[in-house]
Design a protein around this ligand. Sequence first.
Ligand SMILES: Cc1ncc(COP(=O)(O)O)c(C=O)c1O
Length: 414
Amino acid sequence: MTFRNDLPCSDHPRSNFLRNDPPHTDPPHNDRLHNYLLLTPGPLTTSRTVKEAMLFDSCTWDDDYNLGVVEQIRQQLISLATSAAGYTSVLLQGSGSYAVEAVLGSVIGQQNISRQNKVLIVSNGAYGARMVEMAGLMGIAHHVYDCGEIARPEVAAIETILNADSTITHIAMVHCETTTGMLNPIREVGELARQFGKTYIVDAMSSFGGIPLDVAELGIDFLISSANKCIQGVPGFAFVIARTDKLAACEGRSRSLSLDLYAQWRCMEDHHGKWRFTSPTHTVLAFAQALKELSAEGGVVARHQRYHNNQRQLVAGMRELGFRTLLDDALHSPIITAFYSPTDPQYRFKDFYTRLKAQGFVIYPGKVSQSDCFRIGNIGEVYEDDIVALLAAINDAIYWQDHIEKFAPNKEPQ
Ligand SMILES: Cc1ncc(COP(=O)(O)O)c(C=O)c1O
C-alpha cells in the first residue's frame, strides 16, 4: 500500500502539507496518522502552515487576539466580498448550518408582528432543503420553490412566484448546491430581489473564496460561508457578510439566544472583535493564516482558476475511466462533482472508498436522493499532480472490473 506521506514531497506544490507526522505505533490509531488527501466539500486538506498556526493559545480578552486577529479577519472578509461601502461581517461559533440558522432566525421577522415576514426559499438540493427545515422549525413563514435536485432553478418561475405573492419579504438560496455541485443563478435572482425590493440571503458556504463574486453588485444582503471551505481554514466557525443597515435593523428579532446574529455583531462591534461566548481561538488563528495564503496564491481569481483546472482535469480523466457525471458540464461548479455510481452489481461505494483511502485519497458519498452517485471535491490544498495521482488510484481501485476488461487510460470506454 502506498500512503501519501511515503511520497517524496520536496518540490511538490503542496510540499508544506503535513507528511512528517511523528511515528505512531499504536495500531488502532496508526492509519489515522497517515495523511490522505481529502477530496470532499470540507473539512478539507489544509496546508501545514494553517495547521501550525493553531500552536498558540490566545486569550479572548486580549487586544492581540481581538483587535489583532478577529478584527483583521472581519475586515478582510468584507474586502473579499466587495469593494463597496456599507457592508459588515460577523463571525459565529459552529459549523455553516449554525450561521444559516442564525441568519434565517435573526433576519426574518416574527409572523405575529405588524407586517408578516415571509421567505421564498429556492431549493434544489440538501442545503436548500435544510433551510426549509430550519424555517419550519423556527415557525418562519415560507414559500418553497423546489425545482428538483438536478435542475437549475428557473428565474422566470421565481419571478412568477414573486408576482403572485406580495407577502414575500425575503429570498434565500444556495449559490453552489454542494449536493450536486451545481452553480445556481444568484446574479439573476439578485436582480429580481432588487426589482421586487426583497431582502436577499445567499448561502455561499462552499463557494465563497473559491468563486469570484461581489455582494454589492449581486444585490446580496446576507451572505453565509464557513471557515473550512474555500478559504481553506479548519472547522469551528462560520461567518456572515451583511449589509450594515439591514443587520442593524435586526435587533430583537432572533428566535435563539446563541444564534442571535445581531447580538453577536453588536458585541464584536462594541468590543473590538470580542465574541459573545467562547471563541474558537485556534480555529480563528488558522483562518487568519489561511487568508494570508489565499492572498499569496493570487486571491480568489487565482484560487478559482486552480479549482476550475482541477475539476476539468478530474472530469476528463474520470470519463476516460468510464464514469459519467450527474450534471451537464454547463451546470457544474469547480467545487465538487457528482459521478453516477457504476451499475456493476459487484460495486459497493464502501469498498471503492476503502481502496482509494488505502492509496491516500478520500472521496465522498453521494447525497442526491433520486440517483446513485458519489462525489469528488476539488477544494483545499489540491493541485494538478494530485488529480493525476487520484486518477491513477481510481484506475487501480476499479475492482468490479477485474472480471471484465478494465478501461485503459486514454482509450475510449467500450
Ligand atoms: C451549500 C452548503 N450549505 C450549508 C452547508 C452546511 O454546512 P455545515 O456542514 O458546516 O453545517 C454545507 C456543507 O457542506 C453546504 O455545502
